[in-house]
Design a protein around this ligand. Structure first.
Ligand code: MV4
Length: 502
């Protein structure tokens, strides 16, 4: 077994991996930037090394420095978490060539699946259903024309090097095709340094359902069922759950088998995800794959009881899978709310500042994966995802009720968060019925939100301001606000002056 792992990441995912290491008796090495000195991942790791200034390009994306730390700390393996170097072919190559273990798939699988056209080809050849479209990049306007005719409008132009929604263009009529092909290609060139584009049939309001897989180095591949990820806003996932309200046992088996085939066809090893689009007839099509541990992996952990981070480390150490497919059992329902430091009242504008008070929810069925603590600083340097709140229940209804309860207990003061928005999703009639798709948020919350929800936001804000004040008084040992009520001046004004606000 690997004895020491460098975690090339920060925040909640670094904490998650350090926890797995600690449980397995493996030493953990954290890296941190100048503004992350006091972070939770630094405090929890066995060792921690400064890698550079706050901007990620100079710290968490500084390949030379990270390799240097790996050598210096005598780590045998590197876990990339998600984002940063997690799906970077050059990084995986470098790690492999320096004789270290990359905790993830082999470089060649990262390369193959990162090329969307090559991935589609691989899937088609092995019988995994793909969205109708091309398995070649578009070479000319004429070729684009004939393919679009064949596929039928509307079509979607995608970037070969893309993914995650960047550089896509919907074309509904033939007349718009030529200029769309041009625009998409130049966008792809500047975004991914790769101008190649291809065409797919555009599916209206599909669901996004993905399958978690595990593959060891001996060719054993199993799936751990699905995650429903349709609730997203501008290609940023907001809520994920397992099981999906549309997937039954038969469909899970069919999708799971397709995902296992996809993994085998691409020489996949370690934990991975195969994404599918599901249409209104519940037909599913391969979309793309994610060659990493995903943000939403805990919903699968909660329904299967399998620790995915630990399983990744075992696989990378050369162990066989701990489970056979027949041993996988799913129990109950799990939901994740991704809490972002963004202001839902202000068009989800990123919010920054000092987290001056922090109370996490707990109790039955609740899990919090976060790097937050009182005194933490939320900056614009990194991803705005600050916490993942998960709820498990015997039924989907119980999971939703627990999630509402936990969201209402959660207090993060000092930065605006998406907690109030999540409460509105949990209370939404269509969400509760499981009637969700990839355009759910724009359709349900695009317009003015209902006034009741507004009142609840106001109430929560007032509670937040008041508890911040009480908290401040307690720390400074000053007299309570309310004892000032006799004064002619507003108590808020007096307290404000004391706090130096004036
Ligand atoms: C699609 C699609 C409809 N038809 N492909 C967006 C992210 C990228 N990974 C693929 N995406 C889509 N591809 C076809 N042929 C709709 C989307 C899409 C989407 C997919 C998954 C989750 C959220 C989405 C939101 C908007 C569009």
């Amino acid at each position: 077994m690997i004895k020491k792992i460098l975690i090339a990441n920060r925040g909640e995912i670094a904490v998650r991996i350090i926890r797995a290491c600690r449980e397995m008796g493996i030493k953990s090495v954290a890296i941190f930037s100048e503004i992350d000195r006091r972070s939770l991942h630094v405090r929890l790791a066995d060792e921690a090394y400064l890698v550079g200034p706050a901007p990620a390009t100079q710290s968490y994306l500084n390949m030379d420095r990270i390799m240097e730390v790996a050598k210096e700390s005598k780590a045998e393996a590197i876990h990339p978490g998600y984002g940063f170097f997690a799906e970077n072919y050059e990084f995986v190559k470098r790690v492999e060539s320096e004789g270290l273990i990359f905790i993830g798939p082999p470089a060649e699988a990262v390369k193959l699946l990162g090329d969307k056209v090559a991935a589609r080809k691989t899937m088609r050849n092995s019988g995994v259903p793909i969205v109708p479209g091309t398995e070649v990049e578009i070479g000319s306007d004429e070729q684009g024309d004939s393919i679009a005719e064949e596929v039928g409008f509307p079509i979607l132009i995608k970037a070969v090097g893309g993914g995650g929604g960047k550089g896509m263009r919907i074309v509904r009529v033939k007349g718009e095709l030529k200029s769309a092909l041009r625009a998409a290609s130049s966008e792809a060139k500047s975004a991914f340094a790769d101008p190649r584009i291809y065409i797919e049939k555009y599916l209206e309001r599909p669901r996004h359902v993905e399958i978690q897989i595990l593959a060891d180095k001996f060719g054993n591949v199993i799936h751990l069922g699905e995650r429903e990820c349709s609730i997203q806003r501008r290609h940023q996932k907001v809520v994920e759950e397992s099981p999906s309200p549309v997937v039954d046992e038969k469909m899970r088996k069919a999708m799971g088998e397709a995902a296992v085939t996809a993994a085998k066809a691409s020489g996949y090893v370690n934990a991975g995800t195969i994404e599918f689009l599901v249409d209104s007839d519940r037909k599913f099509y391969f979309l793309e794959s994610n060659t990493r541990l995903q943000v939403e992996h805990p919903v699968t952990e909660m329904v299967t009881g399998i620790d995915l981070a630990k399983e990744q480390i075992r696989i990378a150490s050369g162990k066989k899978l701990s489970y056979r497919q027949e041993e996988i059992r799913w129990r109950g329902s799990a939901i994740e709310c991704r809490i972002y430091a963004e202001d839902p009242e202000n068009n989800f504008l990123p919010s920054t500042g000092l987290v001056h008070s922090y109370w996490e929810p707990s109790g039955p069925g609740i899990r919090v994966d976060s790097g937050l603590y009182e005194g933490a600083e939320v900056s614009l340097f990194y991803d705005p995802l600050i916490s993942k709140l998960l709820a498990w229940g015997e039924t989907r209804e119980e999971a939703i009720d627990r999630m509402r309860r936990a969201l209402s207990e959660y207090r993060i003061l000092g930065v605006a968060t998406t907690i109030p928005f999540h409460l509105r999703v949990m209370e939404n009639e269509k969400f509760r019925k499981g009637e969700i798709h990839t355009h759910f948020i724009e359709e349900e919350f695009g317009k003015d939100k209902p006034s009741e929800a507004k009142d609840e936001d106001e109430r929560r804000k007032a509670v937040a301001v008041f508890s911040a004040l009480l908290d401040y008084q307690e720390k400074k040992k000053i007299k309570p606000v309310l004892s000032k009520a006799r004064s002619k001046e507003s108590p808020w004004k007096i307290e404000g002056r004391k706090m130096g606000l004036r």
